[in-house]
Structures are given as C-alpha cells and as structure tokens.
Design a protein around this ligand. Structure first.
Ligand SMILES: [Cu+2]
Length: 579
C-alpha cells in the first residue's frame, strides 16, 4: 500500500471511529441498546485498527505520523481504556455507558481535528488543547445527563486548558520565525547592456475570445489566448514591453522555467511592483538557455493565469529545421485549449512536439502512431533518451516535455486526456490503458555534479487552520505555516542546497522553485536511476517524499511555491533568499 493510500485509509478509519463512538453514545442516551452496542463495537474495532495504519505511517516517515503517534494514539488509548471495560460489563441500563462512550467520541474527534486542522509539526499546545476540549466536553455532557462529575475532573480540565493557552496552541508562529519578504530587495543584478535583437510588446486586457466554439470572457495578452508565441534563437537579447490596459488586479510577466536574473522574474511584491492599468514595464534578458518555456502573469496568478494571461516562450539552439510545434494545453472557462490541429507532414521529416501544461493540475499526454523519444523535460535535454511506444506521459502543472520522432508514412496523433489536439491525419487508437513513463528511470545516468551539501531544508506540505490573517482560513501549509508566515530559506551564493519535500496532504502539489532548476536525487528513498532530471516543476503526490538539490548560483529573492496556483494563493508559497 502506498503512503498516500495509507494516509487516506487512516483518515477514513479515524472518521469512522469518531462517528461510531459519538453515534453509540447518542444511541445509549436514547436507550437504544442494540444500536448503541453495535456502534460501540464497530468504534472499538476501528480505533484499534488505527494502531496498524499509524504504525505503518510512522515507518514511512515521522512527518506522516508525528501528531498521530503523540496525540491521536494516547487519546485513542484513553477512549478504549475508558469505554472498553464498561462495554464488556454490558450493563442492563444502556444509559449507564453514555458518558464513557461520548468521552471516547470526544477523544477520537479531537485527535482527528488535530490532524485535519493542525497537522505537522505536532505541538504540545495542540495536544493540550485537544485534551482540554475532551475533558470540558465530557464534564458538560456528564452534567447534562445528570451524572455528578468529581471536583478533581473539573480542576484537571481547568489546569489542562490553562497549560494549552500558556504553551500556545501551536497555531501561532514561533517567535523569531516571522517572514521577511521585502518589497524592494536591492540585490545587485547585472543589467543587460547589449542591444535587443528580439522585441515584443504584450498588452494585457480584458476581452472575449472563442474557446471550443463559444465566446467566453478572458484576460489576454494582445487579445488572444494564449498570448503571442515568443521565440528566440540562442544569443538573442529579448526585450519585452508589458503594458496593462485594464487588468485591475495588476499584471507581471514571469518566465516559467527560464532562469532569468532576479529583477526580471516578475513576482509582484518581491522582484517588482505589479503593473497597474495604464502602466508598463520592460523585461530584458539574454536568450542563452535553449528549450521550451512559458510566460504568465504572477499578479493574482491563480485567477490571472486561469483567465488567459499566459503564452509560450521557445528558445531554439538554431533556426527551425523540420516540424517544430508547441502545444500549450489550458482550460479556459471549462473549455480545453488549443483547438485540435491537423497538418500534413512529409514522411521522414523530423518532428518536435513541445508539450506545455499551463493548467494547475496534471495532464496525461499520449502520442499514437509512432515511436518517439522524450528529448527534453522542463527545457533541459535528457541524456540518452530511448525510443518509447504506446506509453503516456504525465506533465505536472507548469511542466514541459519535448517529444521527438521522424514522421512515419502513416498518421500520428497526440491525445491530451483522451482528446486529440494535434494530428497528421485520422488516428483511432485507444490510449487510455497505456502505461505511464516514469522519468526517474528513463535515459542514461550520469554522476551527481556535487559531492557535498551545504544547506538542507525540509518542506512538509499539508493543510491546516491559519488564524494569523484577518479572517481564519483553511490554508495549504508548509511546515505548519502559510504565506506570508513561512520563514524564508536563506542560502549563500555557491551553496549546494538540498530540499526534502514531503506531501502529507490528500492532494498533488506541483512544486516550482523560481530562478533555478533542481536535480532530482530520489523519490520515496529510491535514487533517480535515469538521465539527470533538472526540473522546475514536479508533482509531489500524496505520501511522496522527494529529494532534490541545486547550486545556489542566481542571487536574489525567489518565490518557491506550489504551482497549483489556487494552493499557492491559499498559503503554499515561501521564498528562497541569498544572504
Ligand atoms: Cu499544491
């Protein structure tokens, strides 16, 4: 069983246990004996079953089990210890076990709340608060049902609640962990003095575009979705003027995957101010990294990108030879882009399909009718890619795969989630059952370029209640905190930096560090066994643990966030800064 499935199973069992204890308690107060005993028996089994899931999770990694071992397990033992013996006596008046059953319900429910609302890391405050809640609820229930709680019980409740408040609930930031994200960083960055050789102007504005045969409202660059395709050849100097006509939330240009100097990175509030209606901003950088990239607004990025403020950036090593097609996949107002494209390709012609996922969730791509190789991922060529056939690839949010092949005499077609988006003629192949390529063991290995690590950071991805803002929110968290309260990661120029990224949530998090490509070292303890994978976007699925590293060679203040942009917006954003 994968760790992701274990996390889900443990959650389901925990909910079942809590619901059955509470249901059993309620049934006993109503003197419904068989129902009460049945639910209590089920609750007992579910509570004991968690010993198995919690142990397995702890073996997969302490991150997955910390609060379950430290808080849920003792509370569950208390539940079983109090309610179990009373049940075995099977009293004639079933109402006599109501308070013990409800106590067990409160204990397992509060442990569940600690996991769902607080998560990782476990804290003494969260544990004490959970215990205080259980004692208080039990005392109140006892009074309501006419049982006389002993004085000592009430005193214990007061003491525990006080301790919980004194130690903090764990929901507040530790002193000294405040985030420092200056609006003006002032890092020295070499401006490019060279004369531009490729000039573009992108004007952002609200508009209406045709998507899938229907007119929909959009935010667009130059009134088209996607925006104009920006192309350059290695050696060019790009000069892109961004104008904002009427996007009230502001716009910027972030060059996704292209490692620009920091002041060109387009993150509002970090590397520049957002460009307001009527304003403009000029980006200039050298095209020295051949590959497939894309650009998008980073201002109100969740809604901005979703509404259409994105486009393709391709840097080619030399002028195009053969067929070179970009396929930026996007969902606009529920409609899939791009529209299907059919073109004749001469047999034998070399073809490169540049697949780009500009959505916030993973897409599945399948190329039918030919063998192909994955020549590059995230703009970086793979080493020794071997031919693949009848194999699908999964591209994370923000990610890019370049597929290459020589056109056969028969038609080929590219399917995205089963929909043909590009073809050279009619193809009717079912691709839904094809196996999926694991890039971690595709291509030829090469040694890791460093023998040391200077800085290590662990990022535990989860959900939790964030009480630090004006309004409480159920945030997507990193190490128990949400943007802007996640402490920045500080590195020095030249450091080799190791990230361990752990997903203990129930959803996929496509991770994206700005300004650097990271080298994948291992996933779930298995070392990467294929071509070196230098990624800027990778899916960390529920229960997965990724180890990636990079050399800190691009000074500045960089966003480091989940590229499911709704998650980034809901707290899952932090910053990497150079000291
Ligand atoms: Cu995410």
């Amino acid at each position: 069983m994968s760790t992701g499935s274990l996390l889900a199973a443990d959650l389901v069992i925990a909910v079942l246990a809590a619901a059955c204890w509470l249901g059993g308690g309620a049934a006993s107060t109503a003197r419904r004996r068989p129902l009460a005993l049945g639910l209590a028996a089920l609750a007992l089994v579910a509570t004991l079953a968690r010993a198995i899931t919690i142990t397995a999770l702890a073996r997969a990694g302490w991150w997955f089990a910390a609060e379950k071992v430290l808080i849920a397990a003792p509370l569950s033992l208390a539940a079983v210890g109090v309610a179990g013996p009373r049940l075995l006596q099977a009293p004639r008046d079933i109402r006599a076990v109501a308070v013990p059953l409800l106590f067990a319900g409160y204990a397992t429910s509060s442990a569940l709340l600690v996991t769902v609302l607080h998560g990782y890391p476990a804290s003494a405050g969260a544990g004490l608060l959970a215990v205080a809640g259980v004692v208080a609820a039990t005392v109140i229930t006892g009074r309501a049902l006419g049982a006389r709680p002993r004085r000592t019980v009430s005193r214990v409740a007061v003491v525990v609640a006080g301790a919980a408040l004194v130690t903090g609930t764990g929901l507040t930031v530790a002193a000294g962990a405040t985030s420092v994200v200056p609006h003006d960083h002032g890092y020295p960055v070499a401006r490019i003095a060279a004369e531009p050789t490729r000039r573009f102007t992108l004007t952002a504005g609200t508009t209406t575009v045709n998507a899938g045969g229907r007119n929909v409202a959009a935010w667009a660059f130059n009134a088209q979705v996607p925006g104009p395709e920006l192309t350059a050849t290695v050696g060019d100097v790009l000069d892109v003027t961004l104008r904002n006509r009427d996007i009230e939330r502001g716009v910027t240009l972030h060059w996704h995957g292209y490692d620009v100097p920091n002041d060109q990175d387009g993150v509002p509030g970090v590397t520049q101010a957002a460009v307001r209606p009527g304003q403009e901003f000029v980006y200039r950088f050298r095209a020295d990294q051949a590959g497939t990239y894309w650009y998008h607004t980073h201002s109100a990025s969740d809604v901005g990108v979703r509404m259409g403020l994105y486009g393709v950036l391709v840097v080619r090593p030399r002028p195009v030879t053969g067929v070179d097609v970009t396929v930026p996949v996007h969902t606009l107002a529920g409609r899939s882009l791009p529209a299907p494209r059919v073109e004749r390709v001469e047999a034998g012609a070399p073809v490169r399909l540049r697949l780009i996922n500009t959505d916030s969730t993973t897409h599945r791509y399948a190329l039918a009718g030919t063998a192909f190789r994955v020549a590059a991922i995230d703009g970086v060529d793979l080493r020794g890619p071997t031919p693949l056939a009848d194999t699908a690839v999964l591209i994370p949010a923000g990610g890019r795969y370049d597929l290459v092949f020589n056109a056969p005499t028969t038609p080929v077609a590219l399917f995205v989630d089963g929909r043909a988006v590009y073809s050279t003629g009619p193809v009717s192949t079912a691709t839904g059952t094809w196996p999926v390529l694991d890039p971690l063991d595709y291509g030829a290995r090469a040694p890791v370029p460093w023998s040391r690590v200077d800085k290590t950071f662990t990022l535990v991805l989860d959900r939790g209640l964030d009480l630090r803002g004006l309004l409480p929110r159920y945030a997507h968290t990193v190490n128990g905190a949400a943007d802007p309260d996640i402490p920045p990661q500080v590195v020095r120029l030249g450091d080799v930096v190791l990230f361990t990224i752990v997903n203990r949530s129930q959803v996929v998090h496509p991770w994206h560090l700005h300004g650097h490509h990271v080298l994948v070292l291992a996933r779930d303890g298995e070392p990467a066994a294929g071509s070196p994978l230098w990624l800027d976007s990778f899916d960390v699925r529920p229960g997965e643990v990724w180890k990636v590293a990079f050399r800190a060679d691009n000074p500045g203040m960089w966003a480091n966030h989940c590229h499911n942009l709704a998650h980034a917006d809901a707290g899952m954003t932090l910053h990497l800064m150079y000291s």
